[in-house]
Design a binder for this molecule. Sequence first.
Ligand SMILES: NC(=O)C1=CN([C@@H]2O[C@H](COP(=O)(O)OP(=O)(O)OC[C@H]3O[C@@H](n4cnc5c(N)ncnc54)[C@H](O)[C@@H]3O)[C@@H](O)[C@H]2O)C=CC1
Ligand SMILES: N[C@@H](CC=O)C(=O)O
Length: 814
Amino acid sequence: MQVLKFGGTSVASAENIRKSIAIVATAVGQGEVVMVVSALGGTTDALIGAGRAAASADPSYSEALNQLQHRHIAAAQALLDGGVQKSEADAITVQFVELRRFCDGIFALGELSARTLDKLMSYGELLSSRLVAAAAKAQGLDAVWADARQLVRTNSRFGTAEVNTAATEQQVAAFRAKNPGKVWVVPGFIGSDGHGVTTTLGRGGSDYTAALLAAALNADVLEIWTDVSGMMTADPRLVRGARPIDRISYQEAMELSHFGAKVLYPPTIQPVMRRGIPLWIKNTFAPADYGTLVEVKPPRTAAVVQGISSIGNLTLLNLEGSGMVGIPGFSMRLFAALARERINVVLITQSSSEHSICVGVNEADTATAQVAVDEEFAVEIAAGRIEPLRPERELAIVALVGENMKDHPGISGKLFGALGQNGVNIRAIAQGASEKNISTVIRAADVRKAINVLHEAFFEATYKQVNLFILGPGNVGSKLLEQLAHQQQHLLEKLGLQVRVVAIASSRHCIVNEQGLDLTAWPAELADAPPQSLEAFTQLIISRNLRNSIFVDVTANPAAARCYPHLLEKSIAVVACNKVACSSDYAHYARLKSLSTEFNASFLFETNVGAGLPIIGTLNDLTRSGDVVRRMQAVLSGTLNFVFNNYDGTRPFAEVVRQAQTEGYTEPDPRLDLSGSDVARKILILAREAGEVMEMSDIEIDTFLPPACLDGDVEAFYTQMAAHEAHFRALYDEATAAGKRLKFVARYADGHAAVGLQQVAPGHDLYDLRGKDNVVLFYTDRYVEQPLVVKGAGAGAEVTASGVFADIVRAARV
Ligand SMILES: NC(=O)C1=CN([C@@H]2O[C@H](COP(=O)(O)OP(=O)(O)OC[C@H]3O[C@@H](n4cnc5c(N)ncnc54)[C@H](O)[C@@H]3O)[C@@H](O)[C@H]2O)C=CC1
Ligand SMILES: N[C@@H](CC=O)C(=O)O
């Protein structure tokens, strides 16, 4: 015996009904079959709407009934021919005459009781099941229509009637005896009470009808045919990578269905579980798909977590107060007060201090719960022994479900870690001793992010999605985007990172695509995009609330640097080649570092010194391992090294500087390089990273520029340099005459830092530094005489982009 249930979408049209009947026909080859059907998709809602309209004296119910009638007759016409079609259309018309009279009655009385509503809703399944039975017969099945009201006996709790199992089993057995070998076609969802009055089993109750019949008939299998290929590892509307679960235990299926996996009506499992009947969830529209088999003991797989589920619209009710500690009965009174108002408690947690108890309820029950509980504890509240009930709204539960979680250490740790790294704050936790379900209460606005993060952590070991927001696609930014475009496949295959550039903003425009921008088309798209301010861009990053978000600042803009705290506070990582933040006030720099730690968000700026060279990383490695940096000597300006390596008086000094700018070594404002300020920023950042508390004003800057060069704008700067050619020539000649080279050197020792132009002699560590190279010599407690040296290309868009890229990968792999 097999019981097959077809949901609303599976019988929504003549075409779908044909598919469902074909599935039943195949099953008939393997033994007796019971077919349980829902109403044609959307019918129940339409009937409720018509009933409510009628009850509120709105005559539109009549038109709603016309449409329903038309839909059912059209389906009959498409499914049946000749005399069968005529008699079925007549039968449908008769039922609609009855239904119309019934709604007229509601209209006249202006009242829609639960009992009346049950009767009204029952027409949906009665109509669909009769139609499907006629179609099954027309297709050659030996089908019989079975009125569920004569099979399923319930009490009179209209809307959510409770089933009398013993009476139901007797009625089912009697019907079976009278209809041997027939294919039953049964309306789901409905039953009747002891007086023969129509009742319903709760929305989604057709699954339950099928489970009751399967249990009563001791069926070999219960199949739930729906429009998805089984229970999924997570809600596929929220998680793109969600996939069907092949085999799952009753307990796990129950947990998942309770927590919002809508493919199964939660009470369905209990009757079949009692009898150990396998329950198979299948897809009517892809019958070859395996679906999900729910059984007593599925084969043990490596999967510890079977699924991730969520319930929205949750309020946490917090009852707190010192008067609760050690006094029995508080919980009982709290739950009794809620029960009196028929408020369902979804989750409970209590701290071991007993100072507070916290329960989760449906948001719609918040006000009623508050009144009921405050009344119950009115005396204690008045005496100040407990606080009035404190509801926290707009929350949701996200739960991990899996029987194998039991005795498997580290699952909660991984859950908390994954959520924490993404700035998802956990308001409450519940885990039963059975360890089948670990529930977290979080902000409703974080649900999508949280489920995706957890799905990635527990199901998609293959890759982690990283979402980039890039500000300032100039020299470095454009190169970075080029490198990202080339390396996307490599990142996915070798590092398991699916890196998506979600947004790019220039100083004027912004483009966004949550699925990832096309990295070849962005320049044209950005040029045509609407204007967007920096504040709006920051808000966009925060409000999109995407997991593993990284803000990449490739500007030189102080305002951009001011956005970092807001982002870090939301656990959004910041990667910056912009040096403004780390060379600003020490307090700001220190705050950013502490926000990064506090909110578990990377703050990386390796390219602030030496472009793509691993200078800050090396320094961090030294200090983290306990070494102490005593002294640093460095050439930290690619621009100045390039200029002094290329200037020999044959070309004007200004022209060589212009070349450095054209080749992308200078700052957007080259005066920062030539004045020594950029080098001062860099030695400041190194000193701070070495543990020194220092301000920019503490750095001694010995500039070689005539003061006039710094008056006016950038063009005036070039003009002034040209005018002072003799000054630069003299610097060069003097050094050359002494057999030396000019190097702009940064020094740090004993809490003191200075930068300035020096003549260095052959044999000096800095003498042979070529092109635009940088070098840093670290003298530490471990590197006393021979310094640790980092040297190489220290400026240029390609190498800087490469350093930013490396920081992005570091932030992504945390
Ligand atoms: N060029 C190099 O070798 C190195 C550069 N850097 C740093 O890289 C950063 C960028 O340098 P480049 O790409 O050469 O400069 P760039 O001037 O070519 O690019 C910066 C871009 O940022 C944009 N921008 C400015 N304010 C903005 C805002 N509020 N919103 C959005 N976009 C804004 C500008 O319009 C420009 O397109 C600078 O902070 C520089 O110090 C760091 C290490 C080496
Ligand atoms: N303008 C800088 C670029 C790197 O920070 C330099 O010339 O070194």
